[in-house]
Write a protein that binds this ligand. Sequence first.
Ligand SMILES: [Mg+2]
Length: 252
Amino acid sequence: MLRSLQMQTTPPLPGRDAALFLDFDGTLVAIAETPEAVEVPAGLVPLLIELHELLGGALAVVSGRPIDVLDRFLAPLRLPAAGEHGVQRRDADGRMQEAAAPDLTGVLEAANALASRHAGLLVERKHAAVALHYRMAPALEQLCLDTMAEVIGTQPQFELLHGKCVVEIKPAGVNKGIAIDAFLKEAPFEGRHPVFAGDDTTDETGFAVVQSRPGGMGIKIGPGSTRASQRLEGPQAVHAWLQSLRDALVHS
Ligand SMILES: [Mg+2]
Protein backbone atom coordinates (compact mmCIF):
# COMPACT_ATOMS: atom_id res chain seq x y z
CA MET A 1 0.00 0.00 0.00
CA LEU A 2 1.27 3.44 -0.91
CA ARG A 3 1.97 5.82 1.88
CA SER A 4 0.09 9.07 1.83
CA LEU A 5 2.13 11.84 0.29
CA GLN A 6 0.65 14.19 2.85
CA MET A 7 2.02 12.27 5.79
CA GLN A 8 4.24 14.61 7.69
CA THR A 9 7.13 13.81 9.91
CA THR A 10 7.90 15.83 12.99
CA PRO A 11 11.09 17.89 12.76
CA PRO A 12 14.01 16.16 14.50
CA LEU A 13 14.79 17.44 17.99
CA PRO A 14 18.05 19.39 18.14
CA GLY A 15 20.51 18.95 21.01
CA ARG A 16 21.85 21.27 23.67
CA ASP A 17 24.19 22.79 21.09
CA ALA A 18 21.27 24.34 19.18
CA ALA A 19 20.36 28.00 18.91
CA LEU A 20 16.60 28.44 18.72
CA PHE A 21 14.94 31.33 16.89
CA LEU A 22 11.17 31.61 17.09
CA ASP A 23 8.72 33.82 15.26
CA PHE A 24 5.79 35.00 17.41
CA ASP A 25 2.49 35.43 15.52
CA GLY A 26 1.28 32.27 13.80
CA THR A 27 4.14 30.32 15.38
CA LEU A 28 4.02 30.72 19.18
CA VAL A 29 0.52 32.20 19.24
CA ALA A 30 -2.44 31.70 16.93
CA ILE A 31 -3.20 34.66 14.69
CA ALA A 32 -6.24 36.61 15.88
CA GLU A 33 -8.62 39.09 14.29
CA THR A 34 -6.46 42.03 15.39
CA PRO A 35 -2.79 42.09 16.51
CA GLU A 36 -3.81 43.04 20.08
CA ALA A 37 -6.27 40.14 20.37
CA VAL A 38 -3.73 37.29 20.32
CA GLU A 39 -3.71 35.05 23.38
CA VAL A 40 -0.58 33.63 24.89
CA PRO A 41 -1.49 30.10 25.96
CA ALA A 42 -0.97 29.07 29.57
CA GLY A 43 2.30 27.25 29.95
CA LEU A 44 4.07 28.88 27.02
CA VAL A 45 6.11 31.40 29.03
CA PRO A 46 7.30 28.83 31.63
CA LEU A 47 8.25 26.51 28.75
CA LEU A 48 10.26 29.25 27.03
CA ILE A 49 11.97 30.08 30.34
CA GLU A 50 13.05 26.44 30.69
CA LEU A 51 14.24 26.18 27.09
CA HIS A 52 16.17 29.44 27.36
CA GLU A 53 17.99 27.96 30.36
CA LEU A 54 18.53 24.51 28.82
CA LEU A 55 20.01 26.09 25.67
CA GLY A 56 22.45 28.24 27.61
CA GLY A 57 20.57 31.41 26.72
CA ALA A 58 20.57 30.69 22.96
CA LEU A 59 16.85 31.33 22.43
CA ALA A 60 15.54 34.43 20.67
CA VAL A 61 12.21 35.69 19.38
CA VAL A 62 12.36 37.04 15.82
CA SER A 63 9.21 38.95 14.95
CA GLY A 64 7.65 41.76 12.99
CA ARG A 65 6.35 43.15 16.29
CA PRO A 66 8.15 45.87 18.23
CA ILE A 67 10.21 44.37 21.06
CA ASP A 68 8.30 46.19 23.81
CA VAL A 69 5.10 44.57 22.55
CA LEU A 70 6.74 41.12 22.57
CA ASP A 71 7.89 41.78 26.14
CA ARG A 72 4.35 42.67 27.17
CA PHE A 73 2.92 39.43 25.75
CA LEU A 74 5.72 37.27 27.22
CA ALA A 75 6.07 39.03 30.62
CA PRO A 76 7.93 38.49 32.87
CA LEU A 77 10.25 36.95 30.26
CA ARG A 78 12.56 39.29 28.34
CA LEU A 79 14.29 37.15 25.76
CA PRO A 80 16.93 38.16 23.26
CA ALA A 81 14.77 39.46 20.43
CA ALA A 82 14.66 40.94 16.98
CA GLY A 83 11.67 43.24 16.49
CA GLU A 84 10.12 44.89 13.46
CA HIS A 85 11.78 42.32 11.18
CA GLY A 86 15.21 43.22 12.52
CA VAL A 87 14.94 47.01 12.77
CA GLN A 88 15.40 46.48 16.52
CA ARG A 89 17.57 43.84 18.12
CA ARG A 90 18.20 43.08 21.78
CA ASP A 91 21.19 40.83 22.34
CA ALA A 92 21.74 38.25 25.07
CA ASP A 93 23.14 40.92 27.39
CA GLY A 94 20.04 43.08 26.97
CA ARG A 95 21.72 45.69 24.78
CA MET A 96 19.37 47.26 22.24
CA GLN A 97 20.31 48.24 18.71
CA GLU A 98 17.96 50.12 16.46
CA ALA A 99 18.23 51.11 12.83
CA ALA A 100 17.40 54.74 12.17
CA ALA A 101 13.76 55.27 11.33
CA PRO A 102 13.10 56.75 7.89
CA ASP A 103 10.55 59.56 7.59
CA LEU A 104 7.25 57.73 7.51
CA THR A 105 4.95 60.76 7.42
CA GLY A 106 3.75 60.22 3.87
CA VAL A 107 3.32 56.48 4.37
CA LEU A 108 1.30 56.99 7.54
CA GLU A 109 -0.90 59.63 5.91
CA ALA A 110 -1.67 57.36 2.96
CA ALA A 111 -2.45 54.39 5.21
CA ASN A 112 -4.67 56.45 7.50
CA ALA A 113 -6.47 58.02 4.53
CA LEU A 114 -7.24 54.58 3.12
CA ALA A 115 -8.37 53.27 6.51
CA SER A 116 -10.70 56.25 6.96
CA ARG A 117 -12.40 55.43 3.65
CA HIS A 118 -12.75 51.66 4.18
CA ALA A 119 -14.06 49.78 7.20
CA GLY A 120 -11.98 46.91 8.50
CA LEU A 121 -8.51 48.33 7.88
CA LEU A 122 -6.16 48.80 10.80
CA VAL A 123 -3.06 51.00 10.74
CA GLU A 124 -0.23 50.09 13.10
CA ARG A 125 2.53 52.64 13.60
CA LYS A 126 5.73 50.94 14.69
CA HIS A 127 9.05 52.51 15.61
CA ALA A 128 10.42 52.41 12.07
CA ALA A 129 7.59 50.94 10.03
CA VAL A 130 3.91 51.29 9.21
CA ALA A 131 1.73 48.19 8.92
CA LEU A 132 -1.66 48.18 7.22
CA HIS A 133 -3.71 45.18 8.38
CA TYR A 134 -6.64 43.96 6.27
CA ARG A 135 -7.54 40.71 8.09
CA MET A 136 -11.06 42.05 8.74
CA ALA A 137 -11.42 43.18 5.11
CA PRO A 138 -9.55 40.61 2.99
CA ALA A 139 -11.19 41.82 -0.23
CA LEU A 140 -9.11 45.01 0.12
CA GLU A 141 -5.79 43.18 -0.27
CA GLN A 142 -4.96 44.50 -3.73
CA LEU A 143 -6.06 48.03 -2.88
CA CYS A 144 -3.82 48.00 0.21
CA LEU A 145 -0.90 46.66 -1.78
CA ASP A 146 -1.33 49.18 -4.60
CA THR A 147 -1.75 52.12 -2.21
CA MET A 148 1.33 51.31 -0.17
CA ALA A 149 3.43 50.49 -3.24
CA GLU A 150 2.44 53.80 -4.80
CA VAL A 151 3.29 55.91 -1.75
CA ILE A 152 6.85 54.61 -1.53
CA GLY A 153 7.35 54.59 -5.29
CA THR A 154 11.01 54.04 -6.03
CA GLN A 155 12.37 55.59 -2.81
CA PRO A 156 15.29 53.32 -1.96
CA GLN A 157 15.06 53.79 1.83
CA PHE A 158 11.79 51.84 1.99
CA GLU A 159 10.80 48.27 1.31
CA LEU A 160 7.32 46.80 1.06
CA LEU A 161 6.63 43.56 2.92
CA HIS A 162 3.53 41.53 2.17
CA GLY A 163 2.76 39.19 5.04
CA LYS A 164 -0.39 37.40 6.13
CA CYS A 165 -3.21 39.96 5.78
CA VAL A 166 -0.77 42.81 6.24
CA VAL A 167 1.13 45.18 3.97
CA GLU A 168 4.01 46.82 5.71
CA ILE A 169 6.45 49.57 4.79
CA LYS A 170 9.74 49.15 6.60
CA PRO A 171 13.29 50.43 6.13
CA ALA A 172 15.21 48.71 3.34
CA GLY A 173 18.19 46.59 4.29
CA VAL A 174 16.75 44.80 7.30
CA ASN A 175 15.06 41.42 7.43
CA LYS A 176 14.74 38.44 9.76
CA GLY A 177 17.60 36.60 8.06
CA ILE A 178 20.01 39.49 8.67
CA ALA A 179 18.88 39.67 12.32
CA ILE A 180 19.45 35.92 12.84
CA ASP A 181 22.84 36.19 11.17
CA ALA A 182 23.78 38.98 13.63
CA PHE A 183 22.80 36.81 16.61
CA LEU A 184 24.90 33.95 15.21
CA LYS A 185 27.99 36.14 15.36
CA GLU A 186 27.56 36.66 19.13
CA ALA A 187 27.60 34.59 22.31
CA PRO A 188 25.77 32.47 23.26
CA PHE A 189 24.43 31.83 19.73
CA GLU A 190 27.77 31.67 17.94
CA GLY A 191 28.91 28.21 16.82
CA ARG A 192 25.57 26.57 17.58
CA HIS A 193 23.29 24.77 15.14
CA PRO A 194 20.55 27.29 14.36
CA VAL A 195 16.88 26.39 14.17
CA PHE A 196 14.25 28.89 13.06
CA ALA A 197 10.47 28.37 13.10
CA GLY A 198 8.14 30.79 11.34
CA ASP A 199 4.83 30.82 9.49
CA ASP A 200 4.99 33.64 6.97
CA THR A 201 6.69 34.62 3.72
CA THR A 202 8.69 37.16 5.74
CA ASP A 203 10.36 34.22 7.54
CA GLU A 204 11.93 32.81 4.36
CA THR A 205 15.08 34.96 4.74
CA GLY A 206 15.51 33.40 8.19
CA PHE A 207 15.14 29.87 6.83
CA ALA A 208 17.81 30.62 4.23
CA VAL A 209 20.29 31.81 6.87
CA VAL A 210 19.83 28.94 9.33
CA GLN A 211 19.94 26.30 6.60
CA SER A 212 23.18 27.73 5.24
CA ARG A 213 24.82 26.87 8.58
CA PRO A 214 26.06 23.42 9.64
CA GLY A 215 23.20 21.47 11.20
CA GLY A 216 20.80 24.34 10.61
CA MET A 217 17.08 23.71 10.23
CA GLY A 218 14.13 25.80 9.10
CA ILE A 219 10.64 24.85 10.23
CA LYS A 220 7.71 26.26 8.28
CA ILE A 221 4.57 26.56 10.37
CA GLY A 222 1.37 25.81 8.45
CA PRO A 223 0.74 25.41 4.72
CA GLY A 224 2.36 27.25 1.84
CA SER A 225 5.47 26.93 -0.24
CA THR A 226 8.72 27.36 1.60
CA ARG A 227 12.44 26.75 1.47
CA ALA A 228 12.32 25.36 5.03
CA SER A 229 13.25 21.69 5.21
CA GLN A 230 10.76 20.90 7.99
CA ARG A 231 7.16 21.70 8.76
CA LEU A 232 4.74 21.82 11.69
CA GLU A 233 0.99 22.27 11.35
CA GLY A 234 0.38 25.27 13.61
CA PRO A 235 1.06 26.87 16.99
CA GLN A 236 -0.33 23.87 18.90
CA ALA A 237 2.07 21.56 17.09
CA VAL A 238 4.87 24.03 17.84
CA HIS A 239 4.05 23.89 21.56
CA ALA A 240 4.04 20.08 21.50
CA TRP A 241 7.36 20.03 19.66
CA LEU A 242 8.91 22.55 22.09
CA GLN A 243 7.64 20.44 24.99
CA SER A 244 9.28 17.34 23.46
CA LEU A 245 12.46 19.33 23.00
CA ARG A 246 12.37 20.44 26.62
CA ASP A 247 11.88 16.83 27.79
CA ALA A 248 14.71 15.57 25.58
CA LEU A 249 17.12 18.30 26.75
CA VAL A 250 16.29 17.70 30.41
CA HIS A 251 17.19 14.02 30.01
CA SER A 252 20.22 14.53 27.77
MG1 LIG B 1 4.51 34.94 12.02
